[in-house]
Design a protein around this ligand. Structure first.
Ligand SMILES: CC(C)(COP(=O)(O)OP(=O)(O)OC[C@H]1O[C@@H](n2cnc3c(N)ncnc32)[C@H](O)[C@@H]1OP(=O)(O)O)[C@@H](O)C(=O)NCCC(=O)NCCS
Length: 186
């Protein structure tokens, strides 16, 4: 996270990060535009995995966003995930990302996974899978996912993981994460 010097002292201050974050399906045009922009920043520019991270699944996928709010008004997309159904009952989640400056800021990725799986469950999901980068396998395991197999994708080992739907939702949905963080971290 960037540090900025004060003009008159030796001290510095970090970038502003909103504490009030809300996770929900993207509905407004600006939310959808920023959802794709964040995915591009993370997967094309930062991780250099895909020159173009949009694919055919985006035609039917439900985009879910984490919105940073100021004075209760959402004004920036700081997290994203998509869910889609390739076969009846079978859902996939993917393109999970949190803006670099908002990572480990307080359960944004966790809340995106909670919303993604719970929403699919609401609309008939019987099996929910994701192909997860190896560095995130433990993170998903802690959120009630188990590994089915390891595969190579884009020259990297990935875990194909399945969620235990019975545990979802494991946290409240579509409310500000602020009180939840306060309760967890004191
Ligand atoms: C993976 C990612 C979505 C996690 O989002 P996040 O908002 O930072 O994670 P959370 O705040 O929900 O993390 C919850 C807890 O898990 C831990 N955690 C987060 N990422 C982790 C990881 N990759 N491995 C192990 N633990 C992790 C956090 O430390 C946190 O614990 P704490 O509350 O005790 O500090 C985010 O790091 C990201 O966008 N990474 C780049 C894109 C990416 O790799 N996407 C996943 C593709 S499979």
């Amino acid at each position: 996270m960037a540090e900025h010097p004060f003009a008159l002292t030796e001290d510095s201050f970090p970038d502003f990060r909103a504490d009030d974050v809300l996770v929900k399906p993207a509905s407004e045009a600006w939310e959808k535009a920023e959802y794709f922009a964040l995915r591009r920043r993370v997967f094309s520019e930062e991780q250099q995995l895909l020159p173009q991270d949009k694919d055919e699944h985006d035609f039917q996928a439900i985009p879910i966003v984490a919105l940073a709010c100021q004075c209760g008004m959402p004004n920036a997309v700081v997290g994203a995930v998509r869910i889609y159904q390739p076969q009846p009952g079978l859902w996939y989640g993917g393109r999970l990302c949190v803006a670099a400056e908002y990572r480990r800021h307080g359960m944004i990725g966790t809340a995106l996974i909670n919303e993604a799986v719970s929403r699919a469950r609401d609309i008939g999901c019987e099996r929910f899978l994701a192909t997860v980068q190896l560095c995130n396998e433990d993170y998903f395991q802690r959120l009630h996912w188990r590994t089915l197999e390891h595969i190579e994708l884009l020259d990297q080992i990935h875990a194909v993981m399945q969620v235990d739907l019975e545990h979802y939702p494991f946290m409240p949905r579509e409310i500000s994460l602020l009180p939840l963080r306060a309760r967890r971290h004191g």
